[in-house]
Design a protein around this ligand. Structure first.
Ligand code: SF4
Length: 110
């Protein structure tokens, strides 16, 4: 085998290794779909400082940390106009996530 054939084979072998590595990296960088994006209702644009402070004081969070206690099950929740949208609250100003929570959570009357 001539030296030029050896070096051509070596070059091709290295090139394939680089392509394979690139393909592996590309596959690693691919993000898996994690389903629909979570609803965000924490934009306080337009609220007064006092209203923003009230959200903080009552510990409002966009995703409840209390099992079985979500805004949608709270007596003070104002339902969203449509499924997948933010609702409101009779205590806190601004948009409220149906899956949110705050320290004023009160079970809906049955
Ligand atoms: Fe949600 Fe709190 Fe308003 Fe109840 S009072 S709807 S838990 S933000």
């Amino acid at each position: 085998m001539s030296e030029s054939m050896t070096s051509r084979r070596s070059f091709l072998g290295k090139s394939l290794a680089v392509l394979a590595a690139g393909g592996t990296l590309a596959a690693c960088g691919k993000k898996e779909s994690s389903g629909p994006k979570a609803l965000a209702c924490n934009d306080t644009t337009g609220l007064s400082d006092a209203d923003k402070q009230m959200r903080t004081t009552l510990g409002y969070v966009d995703a409840t940390t209390q099992a079985g206690k979500e805004c949608s099950g709270c007596q003070l929740y104002k339902a969203a106009p449509a499924e997948g949208q933010c609702g409101g609250c009779n205590v806190l100003k601004g948009s409220i996530n149906p899956k949110g929570y705050c320290n004023s959570w009160t079970a809906k009357a049955t």
